[in-house]
Write a protein that binds this ligand. Sequence first.
Ligand code: DAT
Ligand code: MG
Length: 151
Amino acid sequence: GNGFQTLVLVKPDAVQRRLVGDVIGRFERRGFKLVAMKLLQADRGLLDQHYQHLQQKPFYPALLAYMTSGPLVAMVWEGYNVVRSTRAMVGDTDSAKAAAGTIRGDLSMHVSRNVVHASDSVETALKEIGFWFQRDELVAWECGDSQYTYG
Ligand code: DAT
Ligand code: MG
């Protein structure tokens, strides 16, 4: 395929607020290719891995409670420059500072309910995809419009 992959989580607040389709639609319309997706209830073990770098933060217990409060949607998106482009589409971590036009800037107001996760580097993405998906859950497929989305 066209290069890299990234992990996107549609967090439990977004599932409850019925924003899953809106989020997916943005990545679809941008031109990225969906290669894995599932709805699941995350458990503490998985989130401890995923948020390893935040475990010492004062907000970590609240983050854990939020992320386990209901189902979330985990997805892997693939395409040119996908990690950086996806982060730009997601916007600032603090929804209050996120620019209009970004997912967080359009759909949320507060850092503690910021709708989505997206991997922050190619290395992180590789690790995170491994936390959330088995190898055989990733589907390799050719998108029929690739000659129109890539030069
Ligand atoms: P991002 O999700 O933009 O990659 P991060 O990796 O620094 O941001 O933090 C992960 C999540 O932790 C973030 O999406 C929301 C939560 N978080 C970060 N900083 C926070 C804070 N100061 N108060 C409450 N939650 C916070
Ligand atoms: Mg992060």
